[in-house]
Design a protein around this ligand. Sequence first.
Ligand code: FE2
Length: 280
Amino acid sequence: MGETEDFSNSHVLEKPDARQNTQREMSAEIQAISAGYGKSVNAGGAVLTQPRLDYPPYRSSILRHPTKSLHHADPETIELFSPAFGHQDVNPLESDLTIVHAGEPQGERIVVAGKVLDGDGRPVAGQLVEIWQANAAGRYIHKRDQHPAPIDPNFTGVGRCITGADGSYSFTTIKPGAYPWKNHLNAWRPAHIHFSLFGSEFTQRIVTQMYFPGDQLFPLDPIYQSIVDQHARDRLVATYNHELTSPEWALGYNWDIVLTGSKRTWTENEALGVEGDDHE
Ligand SMILES: [Fe+2]
């Protein structure tokens, strides 16, 4: 294509915003914060396993940053207005995201399985686990997602299940694609699946993200990097498990979720807002 290339039909392509930072500038910010954290730990400072409320490279975290002390909500009032999820409402078929529509979704079929554990490694049974994710092309079914990638008519990207007596859960789904977002110029999120867990009451809900091993976008992503401790970040990355892989059917990934203690899985802070609401 030469200089006469016509973009008139490319209505979905937006002009880059000159005020936006480049990935190079963003990576420099990420590395400076990481180096500062490393120095602090080496000097005997605290190991930070949870995301920083104020992480400037994640631009919108500044807008969500609390300016006042956190206020503890009254669970009695909240429960009056919250949806109730009963065990009997969850159909076992809802853990298979590939059978929701008449046809097979496009992409790489995967099984994601693991256990929900407490800080002492004991299984947490009867937990409602919900997931949501982009399709294989990196597109969510969501009106705010204008990424010019195809919607898959056979993939909604939402599923749920209840953990078994041994704390186990298992989902069959499609490996999600990476997708762009508008944090900075050429910003791409690593492939991930959003997870939500409910405790014994609605106010105990926790939300987090699971990533796939070896993703080249890890060093570039301000959301992943907002967890400044490498060990805490590693706990969000699933492990490929060939034992879980079924011949000629699906690749298997293991990912355990630890609710408390020093090996606790990182979760999104309510004060930051639920990141997944923006499908970032
Ligand atoms: Fe997302």
